[in-house]
Design a binder for this molecule. Structure first.
Ligand code: KG4
Ligand code: ZN
Length: 362
């Protein structure tokens, strides 16, 4: 079957055509119109501007997605659209467009949860990369930091989450203060790498050696762990963020210039170690489960390497979508849309968007 999917929850408008045969997915097109350059002027996403830019882009990218895939609307068997969570005005653009197209052409419609979509991006890079059920998923983006136990393709249980800021948001905010353009995640990743190498003098095993380095012993650069203590799998990234802002202020007030690379390394280390700790705890509770890591922050090279190590030690598979599918895209919405369709979760023209999560914390 051919699925036409839409994603417009934040600052990328995306349309994709994905063919599915015997649970094997082929991405025929995955067009992404990014608004990042527009929002960069303001240092973050401006919701009203995002909605307008989605409205302007959606028809054009839909034509493009069909054209690149070499199919017409008459060959589309299912329409899938992100309905939550996200910016409400932005979501509504995709939802209304998808509803109109589905009704006008008599094509079935399914609503997709954005985060489930991120997790399903792991099905798009070949069957050998598909996780076995049940599995654990870590979704990390600009708005989410969550660990799920995925019982079936549509049944996700939230077992750990951030109690305040998301990991990606914290990289973006701190990155902005140290002069990395929005969205800062990628630049932060590269700067941290520079810092780890500087701290250890090792261009390959820098992460493993970092904790023993002089730079790590520097108390002035100390930052708290965002992993909450005790048995919980929850995080608090606002504590780390506030401590980092205070640290940067202290340097500024003393007229001292901070080593940005060493600072980025320290911040990244605390963030990544916290995730590593909680994923390890989740694996202890749910032994043998494969681990899927998804969302924009899954592109982080230090996080990828550290979680690969955890999975290797636990004897489970770590499934990481290619970096090109970690950010927001409609192909991942098509993949989850297929599972929703197979589970009978069809929508109709009464479908509404919601800014909220649909997966409850247990
Ligand atoms: O999933 P996504 O594209 O959009 C949301 O649903 O939020 O995630 C965007 C987030 C941003 O916070 C961005 O800075 C972060 O992913 N990000 C990264 C990296 N690449 C993107 N964070 C850390 N390291 C990266 N390499
Ligand atoms: Zn996302």
């Amino acid at each position: 079957m051919n699925i036409l999917a839409f994603e417009s929850s934040c600052d990328e408008t995306s349309a994709a055509v994905v063919a599915v045969e015997n649970e094997s997915f082929t991405v025929k097109s995955n067009i992404i119109a990014s608004q990042i350059e527009t929002h960069r002027l303001y240092g973050g996403v401006v919701p009203e501007i995002a909605s307008r830019a989605h409205t302007e882009a959606i028809s054009r990218i839909t034509y493009e997605a069909l054209e690149v895939a070499g199919v017409t609307l008459s060959q589309i068997d299912l329409i899938a659209v992100t309905a939550n969570p996200g910016l409400i005005g932005a979501l509504l653009v995709g939802v209304n467009f998808a509803k109109g197209l589905a009704a006008a052409n008599g094509i079935p419609l399914v609503a997709v949860d954005h985060i489930k979509g991120h997790v399903s991006s792991s099905y798009l890079s070949g069957e050998e990369n598909a996780p076995g059920l049940p599995f654990l998923a870590f979704a990390a983006s600009g708005g989410h930091t969550a660990i799920y136990k995925v019982e079936s393709h549509t049944d996700f249980k939230l077992i750990g989450t951030t109690r305040d800021d998301a990991i990606g948001e914290s990289f973006d905010k701190i990155g902005r203060i140290i002069g990395i353009p929005y969205p800062a995640g990628r630049g932060f990743d590269a700067l941290a790498r520079e810092g780890f190498i500087k701290a250890t003098g090792d261009e390959v095993n820098f992460y493993a050696k970092y904790k023993k380095s002089e730079a790590y012993k520097d108390k002035e650069m100390a930052l708290p762990s965002p992993a909450l203590s005790g048995e919980t799998l929850d995080f608090s990234f606002s504590g780390l963020k506030t401590a980092a802002i205070n640290l940067l202020h202290r340097y500024e007030q003393a007229g001292r210039e901070i080593d940005r690379a060493l600072f980025a390394a320290r911040y990244t280390y605390e963030a990544v170690e916290a995730v590593a700790k909680k994923i390890k705890m989740a694996l202890d509770e749910h032994p043998g489960c494969d681990v899927v890591v998804a969302g924009g922050v899954a592109a982080n090279s230090h996080l990828r390497a550290r979680l690969a190590e955890i999975a290797r030690v636990a004897g489970v598979r770590l499934l990481l979508p290619p970096v090109s599918l970690c950010g927001d895209n409609a192909a991942m919405i098509a993949a989850q849309g297929y599972f929703e369709f197979m589970a009978g979760n069809l929508s109709d023209s009464s479908l509404n968007a919601s800014a909220l999560d649909s997966i409850e914390h247990i």
